[in-house]
Ligand binder design. Sequence first.
Ligand SMILES: *Cc1c(COP(=O)(O)O)cnc(C)c1O
Length: 381
Amino acid sequence: MNDRTAGVAGDLQHFEVAGRLTIDLAALKANWLALARRAEPAEAAAVVKADAYGLGIERVVPALSAAGCKTFFVAILSEARRVRAVAPDATVYVLEGPAFGAAPVFRDFSLRPVLGSLDEIGHWAAYCREISQPLAAAVHIDTGMTRLGLTPGEAEEIAGDPTHFDDFRLALVMSHLACADVPGNPMNGRQLRQFQAVRRHLPEAPASLANSAGTLIGGDYRFDLVRPGVAIYGGRAIATGDNPMRPVVTVEARIIRIREAAAGTPVGYGAVETLKRDSRLAILSAGYADGYIRAAGSTDERPGADVTINGRAAPVVGRVSMDLLAVDITEFEENSVQTGDYAELLGKQFTVDDLADRAGTIGYEVLTNLGRRFQHIVKDD
Ligand SMILES: *Cc1c(COP(=O)(O)O)cnc(C)c1O
């Protein structure tokens, strides 16, 4: 390769991508440490399901391990194996438990299932008997989600016959809060009391109830281990008040065209927004295929999201396309915005949760959909 082609190859990454997604590992670690302090004297784990909420297991898990995190939760077995590959000594729980026949994989990779039904408990115990090893597992009690977990009735039933727990090691008893994002919701107290009551019937074991919101509520919700997810990634866990977490993700898209359009001109699919004044628009190279939620577009009746250019808000105009998005820069000083500049779609100023609010969804959905096409940049300082 001569110098000239090397230069072109170097530029290619710049020209080939629609935008860039920057992950701030220092903010990620600071968020986990803040939650860990909040959880004390309980241990803080980290939930890294869905590829660490879209940010990448292989970069998030080593960073959190370096910050001191020793316990990770994932949803499914393939995620657990990816965690194991980068965190050889960590404790790894698989929330969806073992599919029938998967127990040997859990043993081979030292993974712990979260057992959520009488059948799963029976299979795990039988496998442990067969190999004569009391492997560790968690048991999940359903106190109000009606998804996974033993009903309190089932928990009492097996508690009446303690031989259920003879063959494996009950390493954790857990449940999951349905409404902790609204701290005053009476459901929280009901779930707490039910969890405490069921626990008394079961063999003595460490307990875990709190997700991010439960960790921030603190107090009796902490038990021995907390399981924050979204707050580690900078998302808003509690619906009311300021979000105390540092933003972890910045998403920027390139401005690929700047154009003028007269009052009365429709913009985008469906012509759902018509310009009310002579306008200057910036067309950005990002759309719903990049995870920019389509419902964040605007119509004549309803404003959409904002993007940030040079520190200033520019409102989205019309529907979000698959790859493109129009924003209004009429009020920006002429020539202050150029083709080739980047516009910030998400960051400190207009956050993941701001976009979620405008699109009628939650920050979790925004995060886990981001950036299949973006250049990923990791910073850590
Ligand atoms: C996803 C999940 C968590 C983490 O929830 P956040 O609201 O993201 O903190 C904790 N526990 C269970 C069982 C989960 O499914």
